[in-house]
Design a protein around this ligand. Structure first.
Ligand code: S3P
Length: 180
């Protein structure tokens, strides 16, 4: 645990980026490293709705999902230091993006499409947006649309095809530089 870095943190950290960027896995490791709680907005949404993400999209639609996502993120960003991993589309809703960028220190995990595709391949059934066609093509389009939104993040980190610990080290280094 890095108590020195933790002591410099005055607000929540929010992980943003496309599906497969590693927001949840690296975010959880970062929270452990800092000794603060980790929370995933998709987990909160599924618990509140009593439905899986694909079920929410299929039964209630994406607009409903985005509204619940906004409410969950608003409730989670109370000011206490936590690491919050958000769904890849959270920043596409302007009011949710405003909440995130005004209340948290944001970390964009950016990754090449090839890396994203290989990471999401085993869990495509859990990702409704990737079921409408070729996942690589969809992820490329989403990157074109969303990268300018993710770029508002205070900290940008490349999520590479290396062991998770190395990606965590890149995040910790960037966070340390940002907070010093
Ligand atoms: C979405 C990403 C998913 C989930 C939902 C929509 C998106 O989360 O919130 O399927 O719009 O990119 P992950 O980024 O954690 O896969």
């Amino acid at each position: 645990m890095d108590t020195d870095l933790r002591s410099k943190l005055e607000c929540p950290i929010v992980m943003i980026g496309l599906m497969g960027a590693g927001k949840t896995r690296i975010g959880r490791m970062l929270a452990d490293y800092l000794g603060i709680p980790f929370v995933d907005s998709d987990d909160v949404i599924t618990a509140r709705e009593g439905l899986s993400i694909p079920e929410i999209f299929a039964q209630k639609g994406e607009a409903h999902f985005r509204a619940v996502e906004r409410a969950a993120i608003a409730d989670l960003l109370t000011g206490d230091p936590v690491v919050l991993s958000t769904g890849g589309g959270a920043v596409t809703a302007p009011d949710t993006a405003d909440l995130i960028f005004s209340r948290a220190l944001t970390i964009w995990l950016r990754a090449d499409t090839g890396i994203l595709v290989s990471r999401v391949a085993p869990t495509l059934d859990k990702r409704p947006l990737l079921q409408a066609g070729d996942p690589a093509e969809i992820l490329r389009k989403l990157a074109d649309q969303r990268d300018p939104l993710y770029a508002r993040a205070a900290i940008h980190v490349e999520s590479r095809d290396v062991p998770l610990e190395e990606n965590l080290n890149s995040v910790v280094k960037a966070l340390t530089e940002h907070l010093s």
